[in-house]
Design a protein around this ligand. Structure first.
Ligand SMILES: Nc1ncnc2c1ncn2[C@@H]1O[C@H](COP(=O)(O)OP(=O)(O)OP(=O)(O)O)[C@@H](O)[C@H]1O
Ligand SMILES: [Mg+2]
Length: 525
């Protein structure tokens, strides 16, 4: 059908100017792009202006081939595509469909009015089919504010697009479908709301498989309840890796709002789960210790989220912490403090949320037996010192709980496994979180998890009695705690009280929290 009308156009219809609405991503933010196309008769060329990078410039090949499939040949036209605003760098292939539609409107095969207030998102294959692009959710989010009422997205992105609010979203499989819809010949299907059902992280096993290690298990529970970062220190084979991998199994299921943020981040990174198309489970990320700084915190020419953002609302596990590049670990300091990563670029700045629960594991020395109750440590003092110096002090200062994982007791090993299940612990974690949430609402706090409450709010939620104060003062003197570490003790004590359902923080809670800082001196010195 398009073939015959195209022939008529080429035979003598007027040429002109048209525009279509598109977007480019910078971090998690979508910026509005207007694709303006001017077509005149004349020696064939297809030029693109407006700070287009290689992948965008190559759109010309994909667009020409896709239009040829519709019977529209561009070889009699001089085509200029302007991507406005001109000062914003454009990358990626998501502008293809918008460029193709604007070209068709400029050569009069589409009514330019049909492109008004319609956001077109998608990459084109040479055969004219629509390929999914990254960051559908952030592109749709906020489209309403720029006057968009309808968005057309690739069919494969339907699950993600179905989470968007505000605009009507239609899905298409081919450019031909899009064109026929815009010509009013055939209606594209509307993307249904994606139903969100959180899934629990069971892949890593169940807490009931861990033998003994009561205090390490307890620290996992406290960490999950209050959102506290955690460091495990212990000899090889004591179960540090095993325990850390079980942390997601005791965290509450992902909430809808959290799932939207996680889906947006993973969509931009191109790491959405293939089966569901959206994130339904708390992420668990365990990057290898050879990870670069950009890999860990994010970066790149076109800013991409790093592991710390991919683990947002989930767990970031740094196993064998001493083996990580120091610069990479140090780069985590700012995100751990602010809960987000900012990546500065020449003209703009991208940011990604980054609030994972961080759990790290490390041996106490190179041979791993320093402090072992039965095995002697073979390391020299100098070797131990070198090993410790690989750990970044300022990073450790940001970890709320430092926990010793002793070797597993023989008696525990020979006993049948059968401790509490992840589900039972998760129930307590959920209750402790509800308790924090209710208090945050009652006191109008600026946050809710104890680990991330602003400092001013911390004072409102932890009133220490005289005994607790004496205890904590003694600990500061004995352990040489920094002001930050002192506050972390208070936060952890608040969570321990919440797990017991107590309104006030008592000395016993503070004492348990202080246990979690004793390693300060051991590990760092
Ligand atoms: N408390 C435990 N209960 C049950 N199994 C355990 C326990 N601790 C260790 N194991 C078993 O030993 C294996 C090794 O444990 P894991 O890898 O967690 O040790 P690790 O502390 O991380 O050691 P490394 O310092 O060498 O990394 C686990 O896969 C698990 O099978
Ligand atoms: Mg390990």
């Amino acid at each position: 059908m398009m073939g015959s009308s195209a022939a008529q156009v080429i035979a003598g219809a007027p040429t002109g100017i048209a525009s279509a609405e598109a977007s480019v991503l910078l971090g998690l933010e979508a910026h509005a792009i207007r694709v303006e196309v001017c077509c005149t008769r004349g020696p064939a060329f297809f030029q693109m202006v407006g700070l287009a990078e290689a992948a965008v410039r190559e759109a010309r090949v994909r667009v020409a081939s896709s239009l040829a499939r519709l019977g529209v040949l561009l070889d009699e036209y001089a085509i200029t595509v302007n991507l406005a605003p001109a000062d914003l760098r454009k990358s990626g292939a998501a502008l293809d469909v918008a460029i193709a539609a604007a070209v068709l409107a400029a050569i009069d095969l589409l009514d330019p009015k049909s492109l008004q207030h319609v956001l077109l998102v998608g990459e084109l294959s040479l055969d004219g089919s629509l390929r999914p692009v990254t960051g559908i959710l952030p592109r749709l989010d906020g489209a309403e504010r720029r006057g968009i009422h309808t968005a057309i997205v690739p069919r494969e992105s339907s699950a993600e697009a179905g989470l968007a609010r505000g605009v009507r979203v239609l899905s298409a499989e081919t450019l031909s479908d899009v064109v026929q819809h815009l010509q009013g010949k055939r209606q594209l299907p509307q993307v249904p709301r994606t139903s969100f059902v959180p899934t629990l992280s069971e892949a890593n096993g169940d807490l009931s498989e861990v033998r003994g290690q009561g205090s390490a298990r307890r620290s996992l529970e406290v960490a999950a309840a209050g959102g506290h970062n955690l460091l495990f220190v212990g000899p090889p084979g004591s179960g540090k890796t095993l325990l850390a991998r079980l942390l997601p199994t005791i965290m509450p299921p992902l909430e809808f709002e959290e799932a939207i943020e996680c889906t947006a981040i993973h969509s931009v990174a191109g790491t959405l789960p293939l089966d569901s198309g959206i994130v339904t489970q708390r992420p668990f990320r365990a990057p290898h210790h050879s990870v670069s700084e950009a890999g860990l915190v994010g970066g790149g020419d076109v800013p991409r989220p790093g592991e710390v953002s991919l683990a947002h609302h989930g767990v970031l596990f740094l196993d064998e912490l001493a083996e990580f590049r120091r610069a990479a670990v140090e780069a985590l300091r700012q995100p751990l403090e602010d809960g987000k990563v900012c990546i500065a670029r020449a003209r703009a700045r991208a940011w990604f949320p980054a609030r994972p629960l961080v759990v790290a594991a490390v041996n106490p020395c190179p041979c791993g037996h320093y402090g072992h109750p039965r095995l002697p440590c073979r390391c020299s003092e100098a070797a131990r010192e070198r090993y410790r110096s690989r750990l970044s002090g300022p990073f450790l200062d940001r970890i709320d709980m430092h926990v010793t994982v002793p070797p597993v007791e023989v008696s525990a090993l020979v006993r049948k496994a059968g401790g509490e299940t992840s589900a039972a612990v998760r129930e307590r974690v959920i209750r402790a979180r509800e308790c924090q949430n209710a208090r945050a609402k009652r006191l109008e706090l600026h946050g809710y998890l104890n680990a991330t409450l602003p400092h001013a709010d911390l004072e409102k939620v932890v009133g220490l009695d005289a005994e607790s104060r004496r205890l904590i003062e003694a600990a500061v003197n004995r352990l040489g705690l920094s002001a930050r570490a002192f506050n972390k003790v208070l936060r952890v004590a608040r969570t321990i009280a919440d797990l017991e359902g107590e309104e006030r923080v008592r000395a016993a809670h503070v004492a348990e929290a202080i246990q979690g800082r004793i390693l300060d001196r051991e590990v760092r010195r």
